[in-house]
Design a protein around this ligand. Structure first.
Ligand code: DX5
Ligand code: ZN
Length: 219
C-alpha cells in the first residue's frame, strides 16, 4: 500500500509571490509541488512556462510535479526538463507519438506521467502502463482551479488499480481537480495515492496549509 502524498497545485497560489508560496507549501508538509502549465490552446487558459519554473527551482527542494496541458507538447519536453521539472506529465491527445514522447522524458532522466481528461478512455494508455511512473486522472475538465469534482472518474481509478494489481505494475495514481475534505477519502479508497489540490489547500481554514494538507491525508 503506497503512502498518500499531497501535490498542491500552485494554480491557486498568489502568482505575485510564487517563490514564497512554494516555500509555504514545503513548510506546510507538501510532498511535491504541482505546477499547472497551460498554453491557451490545449486548454482555454494560459499560465506559466519554463522561465518561471527555472526561477522557482531554487526556492524548494521538493519535486516539481509538472502537468503540461499544452499541445503540441513533444518539442517542449526538454525545455521543462532543463527548467527543473522532476515529473513531466503529458496528455496523449497532445502528442503525435505517445511512445516517443514517453521515451524522450525518460531519456532526460525524468519521471514520466500521462494524464487522462474526464472524457479520455483508459484504452488510450493501457499499452504504456508498464513504461510510465504515474497516471494523472483529471476529475475536472482541465483549465481552471476551483471547479466541481466529477465522481464518475473514480471508476477509471478503480479500473487502473485492477490492471496495476493484475500486471504487478507500480505506477502512481494521481487525481487532479476539485479534491476537497469531502471527497479525498473516496478518491483514496478508489486507489489514488497522490492527491492534487489547489483551492482546498490555499483557501480552506483561513489558508492554514499544514492543517489542510493533513486533513486531505485523512490525518
Ligand atoms: C486544472 C488543474 C488542476 C487544478 C486543481 O486544469 O490541472 O491541477 O488546478 O485545482 P483545484 O484543486 O482548485 O481544483
Ligand atoms: Zn494539474
Amino acid at each position: 500500500m503506497k503512502n498518500i502524498q499531497i501535490s498542491p497545485s500552485i494554480l491557486s497560489a498568489d502568482f505575485s509571490q510564487l517563490g514564497a508560496e512554494i516555500k509555504r507549501l514545503e513548510n506546510g508538509g507538501a510532498d511535491m509541488i504541482h505546477v499547472d502549465v497551460m498554453d491557451g490552446h490545449f486548454v482555454p487558459n494560459l499560465t506559466i512556462g519554463p522561465p518561471v519554473i527555472k526561477a522557482l527551482r531554487k526556492h524548494s527542494s521538493l519535486k516539481f510535479d509538472v502537468h503540461l496541458m499544452i499541445s503540441p507538447v513533444h518539442q517542449y519536453i526538454e525545455a521543462y526538463a532543463n527548467a527543473g521539472a522532476d515529473i513531466i506529465t503529458i496528455h496523449p491527445e497532445a502528442t503525435q507519438n505517445l511512445r516517443e514522447s514517453i521515451n524522450t522524458i525518460k531519456d532526460l532522466k525524468k519521471k514520466v506521467g500521462v494524464s487522462l481528461n474526464p472524457e479520455s478512455k483508459i484504452e488510450l494508455i493501457t499499452e504504456f502502463l508498464a513504461h510510465i511512473d504515474l497516471v494523472l486522472i483529471m476529475s475536472v475538465n482541465p483549465g481552471f482551479g476551483g471547479q466541481k469534482f466529477m465522481p464518475e472518474v473514480l471508476n477509471k481509478i478503480k479500473q487502473l488499480k485492477k490492471i496495476q494489481q493484475e500486471k504487478n505494475l507500480s505506477f502512481d495514481i494521481e487525481i487532479d481537480g476539485g479534491i476537497n475534505f469531502e471527497n479525498c477519502k473516496i478518491a483514496i479508497d478508489a486507489g489514488a495515492n497522490i492527491l492534487v489540490s489547489g483551492t482546498t489547500i490555499f483557501k480552506s481554514n483561513g489558508g492554514d496549509i499544514k492543517k489542510n494538507i493533513n486533513l486531505l491525508k485523512l490525518k
